[in-house]
Design a protein around this ligand. Structure first.
Ligand code: PEP
Ligand code: MN
Length: 297
């Protein structure tokens, strides 16, 4: 491993590799029922930004499941930049997510914004999502240590890779080693896209950490036309999966409509990913060091 990275990250000993080459071969695999995140599968989480109604969520759940998603996303508690925007359905939204799980068998990922909501949301969710705005909410991270569910930790809008791992270490120190890291784009001077997808963060994280790494192309791009191509990039650089926004009628979405895919667009994205996933699988078999820069050497 690159000695600079080792010096930089190995202090986060529960989530980063030590200098010992042997430790870099042991990866964390997160099991949710039959789903394994961080192993050989590429796991796609998909669904609307926000749960808006039972009809909207159930239609979306069926569509994404039949296109190959394994996990349904949908916010019941929404961290909106504007106080005037839709804030989510709260418990009502959680109940709708549960119904979608019963009907489709999809696992559920949903955001938790406050430590006070952890116990309630853990009753409904299979994965607890920490949003970009909460990455350094230490009271929340500590409470997630004992929630009994894996945590999807999104990189903060202006967070470095080191800061992302520091937050992961807080969750692990609080007792929960089941953490999925998520690159969702960071704030840069660029304005053509909503955020800048830091694609290099994926192989760096896969090298310095044993945790699974997924990519959110929707929040990175901010426009739906870019989502499929960023998803392919994620597959090629060795991500363990994706989280993607999908809506039955994006132009009427109560949040993030511009970046949400229609059902048809999501289906095409999934079909078109295949050759890129094949490339990832072949790289893993032939030259694993290609997907974990310097990790195996
Ligand atoms: C979301 O997933 O809808 C969301 C709010 O994401 P982020 O925290 O990455 O902005
Ligand atoms: Mn969103």
């Amino acid at each position: 491993m690159n000695p600079k990275w080792n010096g930089q990250f190995s202090c986060f000993d529960l989530v980063a590799h030590s200098a010992d080459a042997k430790s870099s071969r042991v990866r964390t695999i997160i099991e949710i029922g039959e789903i394994e995140i961080g192993g050989n599968d590429f796991v796609v989480m998909a669904g609307p930004c926000a749960v808006e109604s039972e009809k909207q969520l159930l239609q979306t759940a069926e569509a994404v499941a039949s296109a190959g998603a394994r996990i349904l996303r949908g916010g019941a508690y929404k961290p909106r930049s504007s106080p005037y925007s839709f804030q989510g359905l709260g418990v009502e939204g959680l109940k709708i997510l549960r119904k979608a799980r019963e009907l489709t068998g999809l696992a559920i990922v949903t955001e938790v914004m406050s430590e006070e909501d952890v116990d309630l949301i853990a009753e409904y969710a299979d994965i607890m999502q920490v949003g970009t705005r909460s990455m350094e909410n230490y009271a929340l991270l500590e409470a997630l240590g004992s929630c009994g569910r894996p945590v999807l930790l999104k990189r903060g809008l202006t967070a470095t890779i080191e800061e992302l791992l520091r937050s992961a270490q807080v969750i692990a120190m609080a007792g929960n080693p089941n953490i999925i890291l998520c690159e969702r784009g960071i704030r840069t001077f660029e304005t053509a896209t909503r955020n800048t997808l830091d694609i290099a963060a994926v192989p760096v994280l896969k090298t310095v950490s044993h945790l699974p790494v997924i990519v959110d192309p929707s929040h990175a791009a901010g426009v739906r036309s870019l989502v499929p191509i960023l998803a392919r990039a994620a597959a090629v650089v060795g991500a363990d999966g994706l989280i993607v926004e999908v809506h039955p009628s994006p132009e009427n979405a109560l949040s993030d409509g511009e970046q949400s895919l229609t059902f048809g667009e999501f289906g095409s994205m999934m079909d078109d990913l295949e050759p890129y996933l094949d490339l990832q699988r072949r790289s893993r078999q032939l030259r694993p060091q290609l997907l974990a820069v310097g990790g195996a050497d």
